[in-house]
Design a protein around this ligand. Structure first.
Ligand SMILES: Nc1ncnc2c1ncn2[C@@H]1O[C@H](COP(=O)(O)OP(=O)(O)OP(=O)(O)O)[C@@H](O)[C@H]1O
Ligand SMILES: [Mg+2]
Length: 141
């Protein structure tokens, strides 16, 4: 387990600079599990990353479980908060998505996953006043 990156961003511009630097790192098949409190900036992080793939997410529905972006590479943005019960989370067929290895994956509310046995990048976002501390850890397993 190696630490990939740790950065503090204090504005959306700085966030955009950071997510841009991740574009070469996030290859097709990469699973990014996001960990953060409510409103810490998970969706904003993914949307920022998407701008570098030429996708304007402003038009995306906000309250969906899965957003699919036909970018290059394509991206699945999954928000587990939309699943009502833990049973629904356990029954949700993440493997169906993860088997499509030409995609990059972002999962919000990864805290809800009860067992994680696949290699992934853990992206944690914590708020410190108006700043966000973003830590990315490679969980190669
Ligand atoms: N790096 C940032 N700099 C400035 N503002 C930010 C940053 N990240 C997020 N925000 C702001 O914080 C608010 C919440 O962000 P966002 O919806 O991305 O959080 P979230 O973690 O996805 O929330 P939820 O837990 O509801 O899914 C938004 O108004 C967003 O503009
Ligand atoms: Mg969100």
């Amino acid at each position: 387990m190696t630490k990939l990156n740790k950065v503090t961003v204090s504005s959306l511009t700085e966030l955009n600079d950071f997510t841009k630097s991740l574009v070469p790192t996030l290859k097709p098949g990469t699973i990014c599990l996001l960990y953060a409190e409510m409103g810490a900036g998970k969706t904003t992080f993914v949307n920022s990353f998407m701008t570098h793939l030429g996708v304007d997410t402003v038009s995306s529905p906000t309250y969906t479980l899965v957003n699919e972006y036909h970018s290059s590479p394509p991206v699945y943005h999954i928000d587990l908060y939309r699943l009502e019960s833990d049973h629904a989370v356990d029954s949700f067929d993440l493997d169906y998505y993860f088997s499509q290895t030409r995609y990059i994956f972002f999962v919000e509310w990864s805290e809800r996953l009860s067992h994680i046995d696949f290699p992934h990048l853990a992206i944690s976002i914590t708020r410190e006043n108006e700043n966000r501390l973003i830590t990315i850890t490679n969980k190669g397993l």
